[in-house]
Design a protein around this ligand. Structure first.
Ligand code: ZN
Length: 170
Protein backbone atom coordinates (compact mmCIF):
# COMPACT_ATOMS: atom_id res chain seq x y z
CA UNK A 1 0.00 0.00 0.00
CA UNK A 2 3.03 2.30 -0.40
CA UNK A 3 1.56 3.62 -3.59
CA UNK A 4 2.18 7.27 -4.29
CA UNK A 5 -0.89 9.46 -4.48
CA UNK A 6 -1.99 10.73 -7.83
CA UNK A 7 -4.15 13.77 -8.38
CA UNK A 8 -7.23 12.85 -10.37
CA UNK A 9 -8.01 15.06 -13.34
CA UNK A 10 -11.38 16.19 -14.70
CA UNK A 11 -12.99 13.25 -16.49
CA UNK A 12 -12.08 10.80 -13.72
CA UNK A 13 -15.42 9.51 -12.36
CA UNK A 14 -14.26 9.65 -8.72
CA UNK A 15 -14.43 13.45 -8.91
CA UNK A 16 -18.17 13.16 -9.53
CA UNK A 17 -18.85 10.73 -6.72
CA UNK A 18 -20.63 11.89 -3.59
CA UNK A 19 -18.15 11.06 -0.85
CA UNK A 20 -19.20 8.82 2.05
CA UNK A 21 -18.76 9.71 5.72
CA UNK A 22 -15.58 8.66 7.50
CA UNK A 23 -16.55 6.06 10.11
CA UNK A 24 -13.25 5.72 11.94
CA UNK A 25 -10.50 8.26 12.52
CA UNK A 26 -7.44 6.07 13.03
CA UNK A 27 -3.74 5.78 12.27
CA UNK A 28 -4.36 4.62 8.75
CA UNK A 29 -6.40 7.74 8.02
CA UNK A 30 -3.75 9.96 9.64
CA UNK A 31 -1.04 8.39 7.48
CA UNK A 32 -3.14 8.95 4.40
CA UNK A 33 -3.78 12.58 5.33
CA UNK A 34 -0.03 13.01 5.86
CA UNK A 35 0.57 11.84 2.30
CA UNK A 36 -2.14 14.15 1.01
CA UNK A 37 -0.49 17.08 2.80
CA UNK A 38 2.89 16.26 1.24
CA UNK A 39 1.24 16.21 -2.15
CA UNK A 40 -0.62 19.48 -1.56
CA UNK A 41 2.55 21.30 -0.53
CA UNK A 42 4.49 19.79 -3.41
CA UNK A 43 2.06 21.14 -5.98
CA UNK A 44 1.37 24.33 -3.97
CA UNK A 45 -2.38 23.86 -3.75
CA UNK A 46 -4.51 25.68 -1.19
CA UNK A 47 -6.57 22.59 -0.58
CA UNK A 48 -7.01 18.96 -1.49
CA UNK A 49 -10.09 16.78 -1.08
CA UNK A 50 -9.93 13.01 -0.63
CA UNK A 51 -11.69 12.23 -3.90
CA UNK A 52 -9.07 14.27 -5.74
CA UNK A 53 -6.66 11.48 -4.86
CA UNK A 54 -9.17 8.74 -5.58
CA UNK A 55 -10.85 8.17 -2.21
CA UNK A 56 -14.56 9.01 -2.06
CA UNK A 57 -14.62 9.76 1.67
CA UNK A 58 -15.64 12.96 3.42
CA UNK A 59 -12.45 14.73 4.36
CA UNK A 60 -10.17 17.39 2.98
CA UNK A 61 -7.14 19.43 3.90
CA UNK A 62 -6.38 23.10 3.37
CA UNK A 63 -3.63 25.58 3.95
CA UNK A 64 -4.42 29.10 2.91
CA UNK A 65 -1.43 30.54 4.80
CA UNK A 66 1.08 29.07 2.34
CA UNK A 67 1.46 32.32 0.47
CA UNK A 68 2.58 34.11 3.61
CA UNK A 69 5.27 31.58 4.32
CA UNK A 70 4.29 29.84 7.52
CA UNK A 71 2.37 26.65 6.75
CA UNK A 72 -0.69 25.89 8.82
CA UNK A 73 -2.34 22.65 7.85
CA UNK A 74 -6.07 22.36 8.48
CA UNK A 75 -7.87 19.04 8.41
CA UNK A 76 -11.64 18.74 8.09
CA UNK A 77 -13.20 15.31 8.53
CA UNK A 78 -16.95 14.82 7.96
CA UNK A 79 -17.37 18.59 7.60
CA UNK A 80 -20.78 20.26 7.70
CA UNK A 81 -21.86 23.79 6.92
CA UNK A 82 -24.21 24.99 9.66
CA UNK A 83 -24.73 28.56 8.52
CA UNK A 84 -23.69 30.60 5.51
CA UNK A 85 -24.15 34.28 4.74
CA UNK A 86 -23.08 37.08 2.42
CA UNK A 87 -21.70 36.83 -1.09
CA UNK A 88 -18.14 37.14 -2.30
CA UNK A 89 -16.29 36.40 -5.51
CA UNK A 90 -12.83 35.01 -6.10
CA UNK A 91 -10.82 33.69 -9.00
CA UNK A 92 -10.57 29.99 -8.30
CA UNK A 93 -8.49 27.21 -9.71
CA UNK A 94 -8.40 23.50 -9.00
CA UNK A 95 -5.62 20.91 -8.96
CA UNK A 96 -7.96 18.60 -10.88
CA UNK A 97 -8.42 21.17 -13.66
CA UNK A 98 -4.85 22.37 -14.12
CA UNK A 99 -4.29 25.76 -15.69
CA UNK A 100 -7.87 27.02 -15.65
CA UNK A 101 -9.03 29.90 -13.44
CA UNK A 102 -12.38 31.63 -13.23
CA UNK A 103 -14.34 33.85 -10.90
CA UNK A 104 -16.92 32.03 -8.83
CA UNK A 105 -19.47 33.34 -6.34
CA UNK A 106 -19.32 31.97 -2.82
CA UNK A 107 -20.72 32.70 0.61
CA UNK A 108 -18.57 35.27 2.39
CA UNK A 109 -18.94 33.79 5.85
CA UNK A 110 -19.52 30.28 7.14
CA UNK A 111 -20.12 28.61 10.40
CA UNK A 112 -18.97 25.03 10.13
CA UNK A 113 -18.40 21.92 12.18
CA UNK A 114 -16.10 18.99 11.53
CA UNK A 115 -13.80 16.47 13.22
CA UNK A 116 -10.08 17.05 13.51
CA UNK A 117 -7.31 14.54 12.87
CA UNK A 118 -7.53 13.27 16.47
CA UNK A 119 -11.25 12.60 16.06
CA UNK A 120 -12.33 15.58 18.15
CA UNK A 121 -15.34 17.58 16.96
CA UNK A 122 -14.86 21.33 16.53
CA UNK A 123 -16.81 24.32 15.30
CA UNK A 124 -15.42 27.33 13.53
CA UNK A 125 -16.34 30.56 11.84
CA UNK A 126 -14.62 31.08 8.50
CA UNK A 127 -14.37 34.27 6.47
CA UNK A 128 -12.53 35.53 3.39
CA UNK A 129 -10.28 33.13 1.50
CA UNK A 130 -10.72 30.67 4.33
CA UNK A 131 -14.47 30.45 3.69
CA UNK A 132 -13.99 30.35 -0.09
CA UNK A 133 -11.45 27.52 0.04
CA UNK A 134 -13.66 25.57 2.45
CA UNK A 135 -16.63 25.76 0.04
CA UNK A 136 -14.46 24.71 -2.91
CA UNK A 137 -13.22 21.63 -1.03
CA UNK A 138 -16.62 20.86 0.46
CA UNK A 139 -18.08 20.86 -3.07
CA UNK A 140 -15.54 18.21 -4.08
CA UNK A 141 -17.05 15.91 -1.45
CA UNK A 142 -20.43 16.43 -3.12
CA UNK A 143 -18.99 15.63 -6.55
CA UNK A 144 -19.22 19.31 -7.56
CA UNK A 145 -16.44 21.21 -9.34
CA UNK A 146 -16.03 24.97 -9.56
CA UNK A 147 -16.62 24.91 -13.33
CA UNK A 148 -20.19 23.73 -12.59
CA UNK A 149 -20.83 27.21 -11.20
CA UNK A 150 -19.92 29.07 -14.37
CA UNK A 151 -22.52 30.74 -16.61
CA UNK A 152 -23.69 28.66 -19.62
CA UNK A 153 -21.54 30.80 -21.94
CA UNK A 154 -18.44 30.43 -19.81
CA UNK A 155 -19.06 26.69 -19.59
CA UNK A 156 -19.01 26.47 -23.38
CA UNK A 157 -15.78 28.44 -23.50
CA UNK A 158 -14.31 26.23 -20.84
CA UNK A 159 -15.16 23.08 -22.81
CA UNK A 160 -13.27 24.42 -25.81
CA UNK A 161 -10.37 25.47 -23.63
CA UNK A 162 -10.22 22.04 -22.00
CA UNK A 163 -10.19 20.22 -25.35
CA UNK A 164 -7.00 22.05 -26.19
CA UNK A 165 -5.42 22.16 -22.77
CA UNK A 166 -6.40 19.00 -20.90
CA UNK A 167 -3.31 17.12 -19.77
CA UNK A 168 -2.76 14.15 -22.08
CA UNK A 169 -3.49 10.78 -20.53
CA UNK A 170 -0.44 8.61 -20.15
ZN1 ZN B 1 -10.55 21.68 -6.46
Amino acid sequence: MEEELKIRILGDPVLREKAQPVTEINGELRDFIGKMAEMMYKVKGLGLAANQVGVAKRFFIMDISQKEGKPLLEVYINPEIIEAEGITEYEEGCLSIPGYYAKVERYAKLFIKAYDIEGKPFERELTGLHAIAFQHEYDHLEGILFIDKLSPLKKELFKKWWKKNAPSKK
